[in-house]
Design a protein around this ligand. Structure first.
Ligand SMILES: Nc1ncnc2c1ncn2[C@@H]1O[C@H](COP(=O)(O)OP(=O)(O)OP(=O)(O)O)[C@@H](O)[C@H]1O
Ligand SMILES: Nc1nc2c(c(=O)[nH]1)N=C(CO)CN2
Length: 159
């Protein structure tokens, strides 16, 4: 599962660029969510979404490279940690893979605390689980209400 985020420029177009680049492997795409920024809170709201992808020819490293290639296509510039960006593609989970390699940690370590990932993921898979951590629905329920309230579906937008 990959997560997508954008909070600079034409945010929807950047998410669409990503989905378009993944189209041959796309299994499902969530709704688009307008989300309050976490980490660095003094920055514009994000649009976030997640997609489920499958391609027997790609392992987890190939997904990381695919995400990074899409970020380059979106002319993402290296910036401050957790700061604004045209496109962020994170590899959140890959079935059966756990990794502590700092270049590719799986499941993505922030997942349990991020309503911006859990909400769209649960939309696609109500039984989603973060390996070794727990069910996504329980993790979401354990977050402060303000985190959940900061994730609002944009029914007027779609990918
Ligand atoms: N599961 C993962 N998905 C994507 N990148 C990862 C993952 N695990 C580790 N990384 C590494 O994280 C590095 C920094 O990524 P990035 O700049 O997107 O971080 P960030 O989005 O600011 O913060 P965060 O990773 O907490 O969302 C990349 O060089 C990448 O190799
Ligand atoms: N709402 C929201 N906030 C963020 C996001 C994101 O995708 N959504 N990504 C960040 C950098 O990884 C930092 N903060």
């Amino acid at each position: 599962m990959l997560s997508l985020g954008s909070n600079l420029g034409d945010r929807l177009s950047y998410l669409r660029l990503a989905v378009d680049g993944l189209r041959d492997s796309l299994v499902a795409v969530s709704s688009v969510y307008e989300t309050a920024p976490w980490g660095v809170t003094d920055q514009p709201d994000f649009l976030n979404a997640v997609c489920i992808v499958a391609d027997p020819a790609r392992d987890h490293w190939a997904w990381l490279r695919a995400g990074q290639a899409l970020e380059r296509e979106a002319e993402r510039v290296r910036e401050q940690r957790w700061g604004p960006r045209t496109l962020d593609v994170d590899v959140v989970s890959v079935d059966g893979v756990r990794s502590a390699d700092p270049e590719l940690r799986l499941p993505h370590p922030g997942t349990a605390e991020r309503a911006t990932v859990l909400v769209p993921w649960l939309e696609l898979d109500p039984d989603a689980e973060v390996s070794d951590v727990g069910r996504a629905d329980a993790l979401l329920a354990a977050l402060p209400a303000a985190d959940r309230d900061g994730v609002r579906k944009r029914a007027d937008l779609s990918l």
